[in-house]
Design a binder for this molecule. Structure first.
Ligand code: AMP
Ligand code: MG
Length: 311
């Protein structure tokens, strides 16, 4: 099993750093099993930072899939009562499941556990074991909770006197506000094989940029890479010909659900799904190394094919 070197990830992904000219609050926290790097500019940056860190800790406590005391564990045991905001999060997860025809499935907990991805006890299960686990349909919101955290962070930032922020929530990048002189935010797309970023995305204003990749969490057995993004139909790692999908969307939770779902769908189905949607753009890195981007994406530093609205 190999996990991304979180520090390397930050170096690769965050091309916008605190500079000397303007005071910036910067904090690195370990939360939700990942390193998060938070940068906020503006008068009330420290207050906003405190509020965001508290919110992240609370989200982790509530939605942890491994913590015996989390609300999620209680819900999976058939106990626990979500409050209105928590229920809205669950409902939104269910509606994203419907929107993606089940490619994003927030109830894969038992199947993910079977592959040993929660506690690094990796193994390839039998077909019978997978079928039994699929029937259990227990919550795992790991594919959306960081995107949702980005949305809550944006709501908090709006309550303070801050100019702008860039939050790297473990590969989920959330920007807030405009950079000076209308400069775009620049965020690198990780090379699945490591090393320098493959290309650089530009975005303006408040935006979530979320990547799902087969290199983020996986184990090797018999020369085969078993990664953590499962096809809910088979209960096995999605074999869609993709290495990664990056989604840009104003809504962080939607970006997060869609990055997972489009990875499961594969390039062709994902491109059709995008043509039927209005709210996101996406970049696809294929197993053969080719890169495709939907026509609204601003991508530089690499060669890629554009996916157009008209097929
Ligand atoms: P992400 O990195 O956002 O693509 O989320 C992947 C994580 O979500 C995995 O580590 C699993 O815990 C869970 N997961 C795996 N496959 C799916 C899926 N098809 N739909 C929803 N959650 C999934
Ligand atoms: Mg996701």
């Amino acid at each position: 099993m190999k996990r991304i070197g979180a520090v390397l990830l930050l170096c690769a992904l965050l091309l916008a750093g605190c500079d000397a000219q303007e005071p910036c609050a910067q904090q690195t926290v370990f939360c939700m099993d990942t390193v998060m790097d938070l940068q906020i500019w503006g008068k009330e940056r420290l207050q906003a930072m405190d509020a965001i860190v508290k919110m992240l800790e609370q989200l982790e406590q509530t939605w942890s899939v491994t913590d015996e005391n989390s609300l999620l564990t209680a819900l999976n045991r058939g106990t626990g009562t979500p409050d209105a905001q928590q229920q809205a999060f669950l409902d939104k997860a269910s509606s994203l499941c419907q929107r993606t025809s089940g490619a994003f499935d927030p109830k894969l907990r038992s199947v993910v556990a079977l592959w040993g991805f929660y506690d690094d006890t990796h193994r390839v299960p039998t077909a019978q074991q997978i079928d039994a686990a699929k029937m259990e349909a227990k919550w795992d919101l790991g594919a959306v909770v960081k995107g949702y955290a980005g949305d809550l962070a944006v709501q908090l930032l709006a309550q303070y006197d801050v100019d702008r922020a860039i939050l790297n929530l473990g590969g989920n990048v959330q920007t807030y506000g405009e950079k000076p002189e209308n400069e775009p935010w620049k965020v690198g797309i990780q090379n699945p094989d490591g090393g320098n970023a493959l290309g650089v995305l530009s975005a303006h204003g408040t935006m979530a940029m979320v990547t799902s990749g087969d290199y983020q969490r996986y184990f090797m057995q018999g020369g085969v890479r078993y990664h953590h993004i499962l096809d809910p139909r088979t209960g096995c790692p999605a074999a869609s010909g993709l290495r990664s999908v990056t989604v840009l969307c104003r809504d962080g939770m939607t970006a997060d659900a869609l990055s997972t779902a489009l990875f499961v769908m594969g390039l062709e189905k994902a491109a059709d799904f995008w043509r039927q949607s209005e709210d996101f753009e996406a970049v696809f890195v294929l197993e053969n190394g080719k890169i495709y981007a939907t026509e609204g994406v601003e991508l530089s530093g690499c060669e890629f094919e554009v996916i157009c609205r008209e097929n």
